[in-house]
Ligand binder design. Structure first.
Ligand code: C2E
Ligand code: MG
Ligand code: MG
Length: 726
């Protein structure tokens, strides 16, 4: 007998986990149990119940016909902040919060009770303040011998822990545990379903892929916890700008994806991308350390750049890659040309490995001129690569490739050595400035390499100036200080390059031993624009530099009005086309022969803004006829077209820039073979100094149009090719 009871108790406890009490309730009335001698059996059952209640595994309740509590396990009443005595008599339903039914697919408790239905493991939330427990409640209606309803008897178990872990699991499955943003799985499901629905409705949807610049550096130098803290702040900033929490996701690492339904305006998307980049590039405070990172953004828009998520994401990725290749901290839109560009880049990477050995690298030198006297005090060495097939390639293109492939180290070493070698042979004591990549700066061997170049060539150290960009301050500050000390110890000069482009902080200047600050050309250009505060900032930089006994150089000065402004602002040196483009060593020697070299500034009176001298073949459609034309001097508001003869002023064309980029243009000036046209809708920035149309013609429309147009009409105008043929 005891054995049997003990065994049953074990059973009960076991089953209790899975809601035994529902079954227990029904078992109470079973004939097998009733068949045992009544008093012995009742005592045993009561003991069992008591044991069970005390074990904390579950509890019991009963109500009268009106639903008022007639029994509740005391320990549970206490969990609810009462004694059972206090609770008895109150309505059972009052113990629980009403369930909103959301996602539960369940009848509510009051409904079940009034229907006198039995129920099993109904999940309910405790209504008592401070008690956010969940209960699984089971109940059976009771009837007297006459079949009248007398109330309920039932049981409950605490399912809070299971419920929490289920919630956690579903959150983990969909959200990034670090930032709380949607995770990769979640966002790709969302993109799939959005695109599928939108394709039917012919709606557009943009995505942005975002990658942090220099995040790895922060992670490596400040440690992973700091990296995590930084990512959280990035997520917060992103949410602030984008707003829609569900559409922003972290894919992993430092990659993020944003879905922007119903947006296809590239003007708006460009503005949004620029806002995101600007916001993420503001300094962060992490564990008391200040750090700065950047961001690059790739944008692709459905249906123009792909209708399914695979294509769209691949193309956004390509755009992101292009944005990074363009110098980071930028955005880029996808265009089909990028596939080709990515190919070219891969090929360049291959060729770059052999370029040095093949003698394809060369240094050019651009004069740095004293603003007051027009005297050349030094030159900056700028590396040039003449590719056997592709011709001259800009360092803006191949230096980043070299940085990514570790080729920057042999390249940098060669530049240093070559610059010193050339400089030693120059008459006079002109200085030579050499650009040092942050990757070189991060290598503890740099001072040795510099010392070797000086020793091997015999150049006096004070004639060598190393140009460093602010990004070196992103690394470990102790290492940075050590490096500055070692370089200064060699007696070389240090210049801060591209000031005003990145994370400029005047704070750096006070501690770093710079001899010169080079103010970036974008900063100076901005200064000549109306309402710009750059002039005031340049004045402040100059004042600070003077106080710290540093020189200043304004870079990229092209026009006389800029030179004027720079002189007024007391910037000490100028480097730019207004004095000279970079020249080869032979040409430099010719000029510098006399031992001193002065240059008379020459250039346009003022900077012509935003004109791109572009020679690009496009289509011009008039009266259903398409002409091939070449476009020149493209600006946001207009361009020149060449290829059609004698077009009357006022004629309207639709210019087809390709890939669905159509712009209505009106001829405002007409020479024989060239027309100046004005665009009806201004073009917008493509993120890389170029222009693109705000909107594109949807591929759906193009498909519909090609089906319905029977053919093109006869030309209304003669073209230059007809003219040449005649
Ligand atoms: P940077 O150090 O800021 O060099 C100035 C750049 O501005 C040069 O471009 C120069 O040709 C250009 N520039 C000078 N005056 C004007 C002007 O009036 N108008 C315009 N539009 N541009 C002007 P470049 O030679 O294409 O070099 C680009 C960048 O590539 C350099 O920027 C530098 O960061 C990097 N670079 C060049 N040579 C080396 C090198 O040997 N090593 C490393 N690590 N980087 C290099
Ligand atoms: Mg430079
Ligand atoms: Mg510069």
């Amino acid at each position: 007998m005891r054995m049997g009871a003990a065994q049953r108790e074990e059973d009960l406890v076991d089953e209790g986990q899975r809601g035994f009490f529902g079954k227990f309730g029904s078992r109470i009335g079973k004939p097998r149990i009733d068949a045992a001698p009544p008093n012995l059996h009742t005592r045993e059952a009561l003991l069992l119940l008591q044991n069970y209640e005390e074990s904390g595994q579950g509890w019991f309740w009963s109500t009268d016909a009106k639903g008022r509590l007639t029994y509740i396990t005391d320990s549970v009443a206490q969990l609810m902040g009462r004694t059972s005595g206090q609770i008895l008599g109150s309505y059972f339903t009052e113990l629980f919060l009403p369930v909103d039914g959301h996602g539960e697919h369940q009848r509510t408790l009051p409904f079940l009770l009034t229907k006198q239905s039995k129920f099993d493991e109904l999940p309910l939330r405790s209504a008592f303040e401070g008690d956010d427990r969940w209960w699984a409640i089971s109940g059976r209606p009771q009837f007297d011998a006459g079949g009248r309803f007398t109330g309920y008897r039932g049981s409950g178990t605490d399912v809070t822990a299971q419920r929490r872990s289920a919630e956690d699991a579903s959150r983990l499955a969909l959200y990034d545990s670090l930032t709380g943003l949607a995770n990769r799985f979640n966002i790709s499901k969302k993109l799939d379903s959005t695109l599928a629905a939108f394709a039917q409705q012919q709606r557009s949807c943009a995505i942005m892929l975002l990658d942090l610049d220099r995040f790895k550096q922060v992670n490596d130098t400040l440690g992973h916890p700091a990296g995590d803290a930084l990512l959280k702040q990035v997520a917060e900033r992103l949410l602030k700008i984008v707003g829609d929490k569900e559409m922003v996701s972290r894919l992993g690492g430092d990659e993020f994806k944003i879905i922007l339904p119903d947006v296809d305006d590239r003007g708006k998307l460009g503005d949004l991308a620029a806002d995101i980049i600007a916001s993420l590039s503001q300094p962060y405070s992490v564990d008391g350390s200040r750090c700065i990172i950047g961001a690059s953004v790739g944008v692709a828009i459905a249906p123009f750049d792909g209708v399914n998520s695979d294509d769209l994401v691949r193309n956004a990725d390509l755009a992101l890659y292009a944005a990074k290749g363009n110098g980071r901290g930028r955005f880029a839109f996808y265009s089909s040309e990028l596939h080709q560009a990515a190919e070219v880049r891969r090929a360049l990477e291959e060729d770059l490995r052999d370029a040095l050995a093949r003698g394809e690298m060369e240094l050019h030198y651009q004069p740095v001129v004293q603003a007051k006297t027009n005297m050349v005090t030094g030159v900056e060495a700028l590396v040039r690569w003449t590719h056997p097939e592709r011709g001259v390639i800009s360092p803006g293109v191949f230096v980043p490739i070299a940085e990514e492939t570790n080729l920057i180290w042999p390249l940098g070493e060669w530049v240093l050595r070559q610059a010193c070698e050339d400089a030693v042979r120059w008459p006079g004591d002109m200085r030579v400035a050499v650009n040092v990549s942050p990757i070189q700066f991060a290598n503890a061997d740099l001072p040795k390499v510099v010392a070797k170049a000086l020793a091997a060539t015999g150049l006096s150290p004070d004639r060598l100036e190393l140009e460093i960009t602010e990004s070196v301050f992103l690394g470990d500050s102790a290492d940075t200080a050590q490096m500055f000390k070692a370089l200064k110890g060699l007696g070389v000069r240090l210049a801060l390059d591209d000031f005003g482009t990145g994370y400029s902080s005047l704070g750096y200047l006070q501690n770093a031993p710079f001899d010169k600050i080079k103010i970036d050309q974008s900063f100076v250009r901005g200064a000549t624009e109306k309402g710009s505060r750059n002039s005031a900032l340049i004045a402040a930089i100059v004042a600070l530099a003077e106080a710290l006994e540093m020189e200043t150089t304004a870079e990229g000065i092209e026009s006389l009005d800029q030179l004027d402004l720079i002189r007024k602002l007391n910037v000490s040196h100028v480097q730019g086309y207004v004095y000279s483009k970079p020249v080869g060593n032979a040409e430099l020697l010719e000029h510098a022969e006399a031992g001193s070299w002065t240059i008379k500034p020459a250039g346009p009176a003022r900077q012509r803004n935003d004109r791109f001298s572009l020679f690009r073949k496009v289509g011009a459609v008039h009266d259903n006829h398409r002409y091939d034309v070449v476009i020149r001097n493209l600006s946001a508001t207009g361009a020149f077209i060449e290829g059609i003869l004698d077009v009357p002023v006022g004629t309207q064309f639709v210019i087809d820039f390709g890939e669905g980029q159509l712009v209505t243009a009106t001829v405002r000036r007409s020479m024989k073979h060239q027309q100046g046209v004005e665009f009806e809708q201004t073009m917008v920035s493509d993120g890389n100094g170029g222009l693109c149309t705000r909107h594109r013609v949807s591929p759906y429309l193009i498909a519909a149009a090609t089906q319905s147009t029977a053919g093109m009409a006869l030309p209304a105008f003669t073209t230059t090719s007809d003219w040449k043929a005649a």
